[in-house]
Design a protein around this ligand. Structure first.
Ligand SMILES: Cc1cc2nc3c(=O)[nH]c(=O)nc-3n(C[C@H](O)[C@H](O)[C@H](O)COP(=O)(O)OP(=O)(O)OC[C@H]3O[C@@H](n4cnc5c(N)ncnc54)[C@H](O)[C@@H]3O)c2cc1C
Length: 406
C-alpha cells in the first residue's frame, strides 16, 4: 500500500481523488457531511475530452455518458437563428458523473454523515477531527469539501468566495412537454441567447435515471441574471423571514421571488425559452461566487476541486478541473515522496486553477460589464463569436494538463 489518504468531502472532487489514488495503490477513506446520498437536482454538466480521459484513466465506464450535441446556435429575441456552427460535445448531468464515480469507491470507505471540523499535523502523519468527536489518522488529508471548505478555512482563512453580482436560474423540462417546433430546433442544439446584461444557455440531457432514449430526454435551462447584493439578501430570505447565508435550499425560495423571475423572463427572454420555462420543473437559483487559493498544499494537507478554486460556470470547468486535480495528485505522489509530491501538485494545479478562474471571469464580464441598454434583442453582441466559441470549452492552456492514462 502506498499510504492512507483521508478525504474530506464525498462529492465529485472527493470521489475523483479517491478513484485516482485507489488506482495507484493508496488506501482511501472519504468523510462526507451529508447523511443522505448526494444528488445534483438534475443539473446539466458539459463534458470535455479531458474529462473523459480522466474517467478512463481511473477505470470508469464512459459509455452512455450523455447526449451528443452537434451544433451551437445563438437565437435572437424572436427565436430566430443569429449564428450557428458545427460543434460536437457530450452533455451529461451531475448525477450521471456522480454515479459513475461513486461506483468506483468501496461502500465501506465512504462515510456519510461525517463532518470534518479541523485537523492537526504531526510528524509523518495528519489527524482529522470529526464533529462527533472521532479522530482519524492518515498520511495525507485532502480538502475536497467544496467552496466553503472547512479545511481551507483552517489553512487559508483569508480566502473567501466573492459574489459575482449575478445568479444562475436553472431548471429542466421534459422533452415530451415541449412543442414540436422547440423539439425540432432549440432542443437539438447547444443554444445561446446573448443580449447585453443577461444570458441563456441550454442543451438536452438524459431523462431521469440516465434515460437516453429519444423522446425521453430533458432540456437543461440555464439563465444568468444580474442581482444586486441587496436583492440577493431578499432572495435568500425564506417565507419565515430566515436569511440563508450564501445559498437557499430550492424548496424554500419564496413564491414571490419565483413570480418576479417569471415576470422578468417574460419581458426579456425569447418566446421559445419562455415556453420551455413554463413547462419546466420548479426553477432554482444559485448565486455565482468564485475564489482562487494561492496555494493548494500545506505540508500533508491539500485542497482539490471547488475547495481550492471555484471558477464561474461559464467555462464549464468545475468537474474537469476536479478530475485534473485528482490525476495530477496521483501522479505526483507516485513519482515523489509525499511532501515533494504535494509541493509539485500545488505548483501545477494552482497555475491550472488560475487559468480556469480567469477565463471564466473574462467570459462573465462579456455578459455583464457592458451597456445593458444595447443589443436587447441578442443580435449584435460584439463578442458573440468569443462567447459561443469559449463557453463550456477547455481553455487552450489547460488542454494538455489532464493525464490520458493511469
Ligand atoms: C450553474 C453551474 C453550472 C455548472 N456547469 C458545469 C459544467 O458544465 N461542467 C463542469 O465541469 N462543471 C460545472 N459546474 C461546476 C461543478 O458542478 C463543480 O465545480 C463541481 O461539482 C465541484 O465539485 P466538488 O466536489 O469540488 O465540490 P462540491 O460538489 O461542493 O462538494 C463538496 C462536498 O463536501 C461536503 N462537505 C462540505 N463540508 C464538509 C465537511 N466539513 N466535512 C465533510 N464533508 C463536507 C459537501 O457536503 C459536499 O458533498 C457548474 C456549476 C454551476 C453552479
Amino acid at each position: 500500500m502506498a499510504g492512507k489518504a483521508l478525504i474530506c468531502g464525498g462529492s465529485i472532487s472527493g470521489l475523483f481523488t479517491a478513484a485516482a489514488l485507489l488506482a495507484k495503490g493508496w488506501e482511501t477513506e472519504i468523510f462526507e457531511r451529508s447523511p443522505v446520498e448526494l444528488a445534483g437536482r438534475g443539473a446539466g454538466i458539459v463534458t470535455h475530452p479531458e474529462l473523459v480521459s480522466a474517467l478512463v484513466a481511473v477505470g470508469a465506464e464512459t459509455d452512455r455518458l450523455g447526449v451528443d450535441v452537434h451544433e451551437r446556435v445563438a437565437y435572437d429575441l424572436h427565436g430566430h437563428r443569429v449564428q450557428s456552427f458545427e460543434f460536437h460535445q457530450v452533455v451529461t448531468s451531475w448525477d450521471r458523473i456522480f454515479q459513475i464515480l461513486r461506483s468506483m469507491v468501496p461502500d465501506d470507505t465512504y462515510r456519510s454523515g461525517s463532518e470534518a471540523v479541523g485537523f492537526r499535523e504531526r510528524e509523518g502523519a495528519v489527524e482529522l477531527a470529526l464533529s462527533d468527536g472521532r479522530r482519524v489518522e492518515g498520511d495525507i488529508l485532502i480538502g475536497a469539501d467544496g467552496f466553503r471548505s472547512a479545511i481551507r478555512a483552517q489553512t487559508l482563512p483569508d480566502v473567501k468566495p466573492e459574489y459575482s453580482g449575478y445568479v444562475v436560474w436553472r431548471t429542466l423540462a421534459a422533452q415530451t412537454d415541449l412543442s414540436s417546433a422547440i423539439r425540432d430546433d432549440i432542443f437539438q442544439t447547444f443554444g445561446f441567447f446573448v443580449p447585453n446584461g443577461t444570458q441563456i444557455i441550454g442543451y438536452p440531457i438524459a431523462g431521469p435515471n440516465n434515460d437516453l432514449r429519444p423522446g425521453h430526454l430533458r432540456y437543461n435551462f440555464v439563465w444568468y441574471s444580474e442581482v444586486s447584493e441587496e436583492e440577493l439578501r431578499d432572495m435568500l430570505t425564506d417565507a419565515q423571514g430566515v436569511l440563508h447565508p450564501v445559498t437557499i435550499p430550492p424548496p424554500l425560495v419564496r413564491t414571490d421571488v419565483l413570480r418576479r423571475m417569471r415576470k422578468e423572463a417574460q419581458s426579456r427572454l425569447p418566446a421559445p425559452f419562455n415556453d420551455i420555462l413554463k413547462v419546466s420543473d420548479r426553477p432554482f437559483f444559485t448565486p455565482i461566487y468564485d475564489h482562487l487559493s494561492p496555494s493548494m498544499a500545506f505540508g500533508r494537507v491539500l485542497l482539490a476541486g471547488d475547495a481550492a478554486c471555484v471558477s464561474r460556470p461559464h467555462a464549464g470547468m468545475g468537474v474537469t478541473k476536479a478530475a485534473g486535480d485528482a490525476a495530477a495528485l496521483a501522479e505526483h505522489l507516485e513519482k515523489s515522496p509525499v511532501l515533494d509530491g504535494l509541493r509539485a501538485y500545488s505548483k501545477e494545479r494552482t497555475a491550472a486553477a488560475r487559468v480556469a478562474y480567469e477565463t471564466s471571469r473574462r467570459l462573465g464580464s462579456l455578459v455583464f460589464n457592458c451597456d445593458r441598454n444595447e443589443n436587447l434583442d441578442g443580435r449584435s453582441h460584439p463578442e458573440i463569436h468569443a462567447i459561443m466559441h469559449k463557453t463550456a470549452v477547455v481553455p487552450p492552456a489547460l488542454r494538455t494538463q489532464i493525464r490520458s492514462s493511469s
